[in-house]
Design a protein around this ligand. Sequence first.
Ligand SMILES: Cc1cc2nc3c(=O)[nH]c(=O)nc-3n(C[C@H](O)[C@H](O)[C@H](O)COP(=O)(O)OP(=O)(O)OC[C@H]3O[C@@H](n4cnc5c(N)ncnc54)[C@H](O)[C@@H]3O)c2cc1C
Length: 377
Amino acid sequence: MSKTVVILGGSIAGLHVAHALLKKQIKDTKVILVSKNSHFYWNLASVRAIIPGQITDEQLFQPLQTALSRYPAESWELVIGSASKADFGAKTVEITLPDNTTRALPYHQLVLATGARSSSPDTPWKSPGTYEETLASLHDTAARVTNAQHIVVAGAGSTGIEVAGELGYEYGKTKEIILLCSGDKVAGGSSLADAAANELKKLNVTIKYGAHVQETRPGTGDAQGKTEVVFTGGETLATDLYLPTTGLIPNTEYIPSQFLGPGEVARPVLVDEFLRVPETEEVWACGDIVSKPRAGFFITQKQAISVAKNVEAALAGLKPTVAKGPPMDILACAVGRERGVGRINNTIKMPSFMVWAAKGRTLALPMVKTYIDGSVA
Ligand SMILES: Cc1cc2nc3c(=O)[nH]c(=O)nc-3n(C[C@H](O)[C@H](O)[C@H](O)COP(=O)(O)OP(=O)(O)OC[C@H]3O[C@@H](n4cnc5c(N)ncnc54)[C@H](O)[C@@H]3O)c2cc1C
């Protein structure tokens, strides 16, 4: 009997698993990749893509169809749509298609790789929806960056540091760039905090510490046409462009709540040491939908490798193996186009030139090719 593997999410995690399985051409097995976005999106470079003229759409986006077309046609199917309901008992997922009709997909093995979205839906740091919506969000942000004289970046985690760094590098001498940090150190006070703050200062980025945003609202009076940022305590700041970078929400709304972690909004899916959803035999998850130990590219890659191996084992009736994480925890932030800060295992500081060479120079854009030609897996 032929078997179906359904993979939900066509980004770094899902496409990796699809390549790993399709390369094996497992006998009598079809892989169905379901993705809201018809294109693979290299979101890691979105921080620079908002600076007009730096990165082309083709460098950032490539069609998923191209990635899968290298495999025999009978071994795969690409479904553009959104997973809207999963029934792990009946082993089916409901997909809402672009014309709003639904299609039920039965599966033998299911991989959950729908990642996480930014809590501010009109930002392009993660794919906010379809290809067209993601492209529009990027282009719109780039246009607003061009027209703004005063820009506030909210959130001084790694995305906020990188966004502020790119803006400072391009416009530090001509526009006012402010980074809001809720604590007294950027990067959550981690070992790269002071280095990141120094690099941002060199790019003329002003860091406002202890800044808790209560709300933003359209400006009135002298601030007409601007956004007014209101801080707890009542202080306000009018800006031409407010760019929030805080908060990731796992895309798990289609998963029954008993399989999700606690919380009201941000509820990642639960997994065991095999990256299998507890109380199921054939549902696996990897990447930012798991967000464990944290949401990160290298962690996602390692998890995708483990999930592909365990799905292959399950199809052969074999037991799963414990998932392995990366050998070390690396966090690297580009700060503009020429410098960066980073740390290995929270103890070893990476020199600026090393972060630039490994990340900041290209923001790893050459990796896109490996996800399209399959060499990543
Ligand atoms: C600006 C930025 C820079 C980053 N830089 C780094 C870095 O330098 N190093 C690092 O380690 N990590 C970095 N990360 C983290 C990294 O981007 C993520 O860990 C990675 O994208 C996770 O991939 P994923 O496939 O799990 O999820 P995602 O990238 O979130 O992709 C999920 C996919 O699923 C789709 N989807 C969502 N819901 C549904 C649904 N219901 N049905 C079907 N499809 C759906 C989405 O459209 C998307 O295509 C960065 C993150 C950001 C935001």
